[in-house]
Design a protein around this ligand. Structure first.
Ligand SMILES: Cc1cc2nc3c(=O)[nH]c(=O)nc-3n(C[C@H](O)[C@H](O)[C@H](O)COP(=O)(O)OP(=O)(O)OC[C@H]3O[C@@H](n4cnc5c(N)ncnc54)[C@H](O)[C@@H]3O)c2cc1C
Ligand code: SF4
Length: 348
């Protein structure tokens, strides 16, 4: 049986108290939301924090609100089940509801949160293993070792971003609201301070970086408070298409999110496409998106453009042997799952 290491749990009830705790604690500290990723990782000794700050009691992190300008605020502690089932999300951002509903299985979605999904650690088949297993292999650069088993001689970890919500939120131009102590490492985004707490809004597209050891431009102790999504266009369409071994539970072997904004004639005025489960950060496909502008959904031109996008996605998305699943099979599935996303959009 795998046991958790020893740690102390702290339960703040406000953002201010959480930030004060971070500032005052001497030792490694991690937040826990639903714990569906952190707990297994701690059992595998990938993280051995001295303190774990449980976020469930922080009221500001809960709830879904729509502002007067039509934008939406989703508290970081909102569960994936709630994101999947909230009618205001499904009707405004169908891809987000769909992606949340495709994470893992029902039990984990009841506990797992959108914030935890955004902040998910990268994954690798040589890293997400027990301590015993990793030790027998000689460890790797991401934890306890010095070499990479995916890229021989490689100097950079290429563990894969594997969070289903991230590519969708990137196509939706979401912004993330973080809170931290004024001395935090956070260097991004516009900031405002209310005394002891600095709050920053960061476009999610700027959150992730190509470093599998820690793929975020914020520190692990910067608190994600909420996800803000701009109002959808009048004729918004979006879909998320996911390749995985078992439809009932698994992480993505490849995922692709698409957003299209249409005019009254169903002609595409704006588009965004983003892939995940390739390398350390989600992968926006900007050129592919540009091929769609001016095409009318349902027309022959649209079908032709989708084929071009699928071919370009296959060229640009090169799965590596970092996560389970044969990487050549994953590559062969890139155009298939890209087409499926567009087919789903045409049916909306
Ligand atoms: C069997 C299994 C299958 C899974 N399948 C999938 C899948 O298909 N797709 C997928 O995307 N994920 C999957 N997961 C991973 C996980 O269940 C989800 O990503 C979930 O959304 C994580 O949320 P959580 O609230 O449980 O995060 P936690 O485990 O509590 O935290 C995850 C990380 O985020 C940090 N964190 C959490 N909240 C905050 C916050 N507010 N501010 C700053 N940092 C924070 C934590 O410190 C930790 O590092 C799977 C996990 C398991 C065990
Ligand atoms: S890609 Fe995998 S094997 Fe290589 S350093 Fe990262 S976690 Fe370790």
């Amino acid at each position: 049986m795998l046991r958790l290491p020893k740690f102390e749990v702290l339960k703040p009830t406000s953002v201010e108290e959480t930030v004060d705790l971070i500032r005052s604690l001497d030792g490694e500290t991690r937040f826990i939301a639903g714990g569906t990723d952190l707990n297994p990782n701690m059992k595998h000794r990938l993280f051995t924090p001295d303190y774990v700050i449980a976020l469930g009691g922080v009221a500001e992190l809960h709830g879904i609100q729509i502002a007067a300008d039509g934008s939406m605020r989703i508290g970081a502690m909102t569960t994936l089940t709630n994101v999947n089932e909230a009618t205001e999300i499904a009707s405004r951002y169908p891809a987000l509801a769909q992606a949340a509903g495709l994470v893992s299985g029902p039990q984990l979605r009841n506990m797992g949160t959108l914030g935890g999904n955004v902040m998910l650690d990268t994954r690798c088949q040589w890293y997400n293993q027990t301590y015993f297993w990793r030790k027998a292999l000689g460890f790797c650069m991401k934890k306890d070792g010095t070499v990479c088993h995916v890229v021989e001689g490689g100097s950079k970890c290429v563990a894969a971003a594997s969070n289903d919500s991230a590519p969708v939120l990137i196509t939706l131009n979401a912004e993330l609201e973080f809170a931290s102590a004024p001395s935090s490492l956070m260097t991004f985004g516009s900031s405002g301070s209310d005394g002891s707490v600095t709050r920053k809004h960061i476009p999610i597209a700027d959150l992730y970086k190509a470093d599998g050891i820690w793929n975020k431009n914020v520190a692990p102790t910067d608190l994600l408070v909420a996800i803000h999504i701009p109002a959808p266009s009048a004729n918004h369409r979006s879909a998320y298409s996911k390749l995985r071994d078992r439809g009932s539970i698994d992480f993505p072997l490849f995922g692709i999110a698409v957003r299209l904004d249409l005019d009254d004639n169903n002609t595409i005025t704006d588009a965004a496409v983003c892939a995940v489960a390739l390398q350390a950060r989600p992968w926006p496909l900007k050129k592919a998106a540009s091929l769609l502008i001016g095409k009318t959904v349902g027309s022959n031109e649209y079908s032709e453009a989708v084929e071009l996008v699928a071919a370009l996605a296959a060229k640009q998305c090169r799965p590596m042997p970092n996560i389970p699943g044969d990487h050549e099979y994953r590559h062969a599935m890139v155009p298939v799952f890209t087409r499926r996303a567009f087919r789903a959009i045409a049916a909306q």
